[in-house]
Each structure stands twice: as C-alpha cells, then as structure tokens.
Write a protein that binds this ligand. Structure first.
Ligand code: HEM
Length: 398
C-alpha cells in the first residue's frame, strides 16, 4: 500500500521539487485534459518536450512582448470596463490574459470578436476545472463529460485551424523564417517526429497552455489587487508609494508569495529514496508539498510570515515570489513573462521588465480601482482552493 507524506518547510519543498526521482502526481485525477502534457511528463519525455517548447520563452521576447504587444492588448481589454466605470476583476483578468496566453501557445483567434474571446475563456475555465479536478467540489463524472465536450469544441474551433495555418506556412519553402509565428504550436510542428504527439495530444497540450497561463495570471492579478487595497486602505502615504511602478511590482511579488497559484504540488516516488522532511519513501508513495505553508515558513520569513509586507527583506538567493512559480524540473516557463525580473539597484524604470501581472495591476491602480462597497467580493464555491469567484471593482479616476 502506498503512503502519503506531507512537506511544509520551504527548504524541504524546494528540495523535493528539484528531486528528479519524484514525478508529477497532482493531475492524475485531471487526466481528461492533462494526460501527456508537458507538466505531467517525466524523465526523457519531459526533457525532450521542454527543450523544444522553451525556445519560445526567451527573455528578449518577453521584453518585446511587454513593451510593444501587450500595451495595445491591455488598452483594448480595459476600454469597455473603463467606459462602464466598473468591472469584475476576474472577468477582466481572464480577458486580458486569455489573449496573451493564446499568443504564446499559438492559438489563432481569426474573428477577433468579443464573442470569440468569450468562447475561448469559457473553454479555458472548463479546462482549469478539469485539470484541478482533485480539488473540485463537483460531481467528477459530470465534470469529466463537460471537459471532453469543451476539448472537442476547442479542437474544431481553435486548435485544428491553428495547426492547419502553421503547417501550410511550414510546408511553403518561400516562407521566410521571420514570417513564422513565434509560439509553442509552431515549434512543436517544426520538431515533427522528434516529439511523438498525435492530434489529440496536441489538442490537450494547447488546452493545457491556455489554462496554465490564463487561469494563474488572472488569479494572481485579483490576489495582488486585493492585498494592495487592504494594505493601503486610507493611508495617503501608502497610496503615494503605489504611484511607483517598481514598488507595485514588489507588491505583486509579495502577493504571489502569499498566494501560490496551486497551494499544493504533489509528487510520487519513482524508486525507494530518502526525502528530507518525509524520511525513507518507496516507489509509488505520494509526497504532498504544501507550498502555501512553505511560502509562509516562519524559520525563513520570521513571525510576520503571513503578513503582506512589501518592505520585507527576502532571504538571500530566493525569488521574491518564493516557490509560487515552482522550481527544478517543472519550473514555470511563464515566470518572467508574468512576474518580470526582480528589480536590482540601478535598474532603469523605463526599460525594466515588470511582468504582465504587475502591468495589469499598475494600470488598474492608475484608473483608481477600488472595491465596490455595494457589491463585496465572494469566494469561488466550485473549488476548495482559496480563489475568488467574483471580485467587483469600481474605477474612481476615469
Ligand atoms: C502568475 C502566473 C503563473 C503562476 C503562479 C504559475 C505557476 C506555475 C507552477 C507552480 C508550475 C510548476 C508546477 C509543478 O511543479 O507541479 C508551472 C508550470 C508551468 N507553467 Fe506556469 N504559472 C504562471 C503563468 C504561466 C504562463 C503565463 C505560462 C505560459 C504562457 C505558463 C506556463 C507554464 C508551463 C508550460 C509549465 C510547465 C513546465 C514544465 O512542466 O516543464 N505559466 N507554472
């Protein structure tokens, strides 16, 4: 019988994430959408796929995306909400990030209409629900059926046309390399037989990218705004500090530390071994890494570990977001895209890479985003994860 061990300390969780003899186990219940995708592969199959897909995730491209592509997407996304003077932050976050993630994954949106984006978001939310089935409070069989239906719609409406357009470009010897889209789908198709992926596997990989990027980014925006609004409250001095984009990025990193996208990571042993914090484990034993608690480890972050404190000094050699983007084999490929680069003394605020989450929060603060007193936020009832279901805000500076 396999056993389950729990790790709570930061250092134990960090070591387990880096341990190549522990494999991904969180998505076993969410196989319907997660089977054979990058995040659930292990060993050689994982390194081969990651080596291909990582080609899209380069710092110079993130900088280009942040400075030249994203501002237009952001302005377009914000326009109707600003006109209305209010927004549901979750809806706004999804609208901004679904397009961003689709660009990186390689999912075309030929119509460029609100309806098309809304359909994509509905599908992506269903994939997220499917991937995190293990934490779902819903009937599992019913949910699995809905996820399969969503995968079929996604394949027909988005994945297959995107694959066909790229195959055509790749087959034409006249296509200059700079005319090829820079996205995960293109590099997978270019790799061809190097990666053993059939149509269904490709569809799941694209669905995984869509949900991995959009869901966690949208949640990170909501948590960050929430923490900032509570922290600043009616303190004029704190509000003045929030006019500095570098400080807002620091706030976002602190919020990311407190609210990891996935509060737990699960791994299982591939052979007998010693795991710090668990002791001797056998092949098949499960190790639950409590990232939520690890990121608030008092031994490292002191007595105020649970507190949102953007002025805290982080322990040396640690990302300001702690383990929120993972570490080791499955480290998040979107980390610098979303979190940017931590500021260093002498960084130029004009060219600094802030990350998409901070850029969204900076824009919202500039618009005077505040809680809507008549309509308080409510938690998401469909999951045991600590996510918001609705987060109504008003804009006080439009
Ligand atoms: C705030 C936003 C995000 C957070 C907190 C986040 C968090 C994570 C975490 C914790 C993992 C590792 C899970 C594990 O070890 O079990 C991961 C993996 C991954 N993330 Fe993210 N992510 C974010 C945004 C994104 C974005 C925008 C993209 C793509 C555009 C992305 C793509 C990926 C991919 C491809 C992996 C799998 C890497 C692998 O298995 O080798 N993520 N992410």
């Amino acid at each position: 019988m396999s056993r389950t061990f729990e790790l709570e300390s930061f250092r134990d969780c960090e070591a387990a994430l880096r341990n190549i003899n522990l494999k991904q186990a969180l998505y076993d219940a969410g196989k319907v959408v997660m089977d054979g995708v990058l995040l659930t592969l292990h060993g050689a199959a994982h390194s081969e796929r990651r080596a291909v897909e990582v080609r899209v995730f380069r710092r110079n491209f993130f900088r280009h995306y942040e400075k030249t592509v994203f501002p237009a997407t952001l302005a377009e996304t914000l326009r109707p909400f600003v006109a209305a003077g209010r927004a549901d932050l979750i809806e706004l976050g999804y609208r901004a990030t679904a397009n961003l993630t689709a660009d990186f994954a390689g999912i075309d949106r030929p119509e460029r209409t609100v309806e098309e984006t809304e359909l994509l978001i509905r599908l992506v939310k269903k994939f997220s629900e499917g991937a995190t089935m293990v934490h779902s409070t819903r009937d599992k069989v019913e949910l699995e059926g809905e996820v399969l239906d969503a995968l079929a719609v996604f394949d027909k409406r988005f994945n297959q046309p995107s694959v066909a357009r790229r195959r055509e470009l790749l087959a034409d010897p006249q296509t200059p390399s700079e005319a090829l889209p820079r996205d995960v789908l293109t590099v997978i198709l270019q790799a061809g037989d190097e990666l053993d992926m059939d149509g269904a596997a490709l569809n799941r990989e694209m669905a995984f990218y869509m949900q991995a990027g959009a869901h966690s980014t949208a949640n990170a925006v909501v948590h960050s705004v929430h923490e900032i609004l509570l922290w600043a409250n009616d303190d004029a001095e704190r509000w003045a500090r929030l006019a500095d984009p570098v400080f807002v990025q620091r706030c976002v990193h602190e919020s990311l530390r407190l609210h990891p996208a996935s509060p737990q990571a699960w791994r299982s042993g591939t052979c007998p071994m010693h795991v710090a914090g668990a002791g001797e484990i056998a092949a098949g034993d499960k190790v639950v890494l409590d990232l939520f608690t690890a990121n608030r480890d008092r031994d490292l972050f002191g007595e105020g570990a649970d507190r949102f404190d953007p002025d805290r000094t982080m322990p040396a050699n640690m990302l300001p977001s702690g383990l929120t983007f993972g570490i080791g084999l499955h480290t998040c490929l979107g980390r610098e895209l979303d979190g940017g680069v931590p500021v260093k003394p002498g960084s130029d605020p004009a060219t600094h890479q802030y990350g998409i989450v901070a850029l969204l929060v900076i824009a919202l603060l500039e618009l005077g985003a505040r809680l809507n007193p008549a309509d308080p936020p409510t938690p998401d009832p469909k999951t045991s994860r600590p996510n918001w279901g609705r987060y109504p805000i008003i804009f006080t500076k439009v």
